[in-house]
Design a binder for this molecule. Structure first.
Ligand code: FAD
Length: 369
């Protein structure tokens, strides 16, 4: 019997983190196999806003997102998927938000442009009468994740990466990946299973206090005659992005929300929106943390999101699709890397920014291997 081929690198999981490792390793000349339990990527990586948000990251995340920008542009060109340097617009509708955006602009220099209400409306149809202005982050990118992630996988397959879909990984040992369809020998292994790390390495997930963060998302029609090129963020973004939450004004925004709209804080709402190439809006999101989530979608959360967007856009939105997404959340680290066995690396972005930071993060993991 011919012994099975030994790959230089086996990647477990075909989400953005697994594919980023596969793509960059293949560029480095390694033979790569990607093992994925479903028949195509359907995890967090196709359920998101497609926001490659660089400017609002901080520290390690900012470094990874900055490094990742060029990788996204290069892979989009090679794989032929849609990408737009559309930027991010952070909208201010209260004095404390506007003050925070001034601080943010000082911190980021040329990467942020402050816009008046009229300039804001020229770039995006924000109709809330409370609009005071916005910060425009021109380096940020927008992709259509349900198209881009499968296109990246297809491109890698054409370029020589081997894909084993519908193959569940049941264990990983030094030099060997055990799967539901037999063993796969590999000199090195990257485990990029996202929020399902606890199923393969429960002790690591326990030690890192991993949980599943569950998000409500909606796709709606855009109001007639509206235009939205940039990804839109609002005051709730201070709860989620280090580049914003570090400023003293963030505390007063949080206090004001606690007083005026506690329901937004209770549901960890981030009022955020991006537009698909077909014109529909992807709106969200809410956040809930647990090891296992209740399967029943609570309509009150969608109602809350729709209320917020009706205010922001000045018109009620017609829902076309609804879904849940889950990503891994960990207590202490945003960028989780462990080597549980020699040559076996577990790699996970645990702060919900994998589309933005995953490419640069994967590059740093490969550099360590
Ligand atoms: C609703 C939502 C909105 C978001 N918005 C943004 C955004 O706009 N910008 C941004 O930067 N980030 C965003 N994020 C975060 C980002 O999507 C995630 O950080 C990223 O997609 C995680 O990628 P991943 O590859 O780790 O996980 P996944 O995409 O979930 O991929 C993991 C893969 O591993 C496979 N797998 C698991 N276990 C096994 C096994 N035992 N054997 C074989 N295969 C296995 C799964 O089937 C899956 O395909 C969002 C996330 C969600 C959920």
């Amino acid at each position: 019997m011919i012994p099975p081929r030994t790959f230089d690198l086996a990647v477990v999981g075909a989400g953005v983190i697994g594919l980023a490792h596969a793509a960059l390793a293949q560029e480095r000349g390694l033979s790569v196999v990607v093992i994925e339990r479903t028949d195509r990527p359907v995890g967090a990586s196709i359920r998101n806003f497609g926001h490659v948000g660089i400017t609002t990251q901080e520290g390690e995340g900012l470094a990874y997102a900055t490094a990742g920008r060029g990788h996204w542009l290069r892979f989009a060109e090679r794989a032929g998927f849609w990408i737009r340097p559309a930027g991010t617009m952070i909208v201010a509708r209260a004095e404390d938000e506007w003050a925070l955006l001034h601080r943010f602009a000082e911190l980021r220099g040329d990467a942020v442009e402050l816009l008046t209400p009229d300039q804001t409306r020229e770039r995006a149809s924000i109709q809330d009468p409370r609009l005071l202005g916005s910060a425009y982050c021109g380096n940020d990118l927008r992709i259509n994740s349900p198209e881009a992630i499968p296109a990246l996988a297809a491109h890698l397959a054409e370029a020589g990466v081997e894909f084993r879909f519908r193959t569940n990984v049941t264990g990983v040992e030094p030099g060997l990946v055990r799967t539901s369809r037999g063993d796969v020998p590999a000199t090195q292994v990257v485990v990029a299973t996202g929020h399902d790390l606890d199923l393969l390495f429960p002790e690591l997930a326990d030690e890192g206090e991993f949980q599943r963060c569950l998000l409500h998302m909606l796709e709606t029609n855009a109001p007639a005659g509206s235009h939205f090129d940039p990804v839109i963020l609002t005051g709730t973004a201070v709860m989620r992005y280090g580049g914003l939450s570090q400023h003293p004004e963030a505390a007063s925004i949080r206090e004001r929300m606690q007083r005026d709209t506690p329901e937004l804080l209770e549901a960890f709402v981030n009022v955020k929106m991006s537009q698909r190439p077909n014109g529909r809006l992807v709106i969200g999101d809410t956040h809930a943390y647990a090891h296992t989530h209740d399967p029943f979608k609570d309509e009150s959360l969608d109602t809350l999101l729709l209320r917020e967007f009706a205010q922001l856009l000045g018109a009620p939105l017609t829902v076309r699709r609804r879904w849940h997404g889950e990503y891994a959340s960990a207590a202490a680290e945003d960028f989780y890397v462990r080597e549980p066995h020699p040559g076996v690396f577990v790699a996970c972005v645990t702060n919900g920014t994998g589309m933005s930071t995953g490419m640069g993060f994967a590059e740093s993991v490969l550099d360590r291997m």
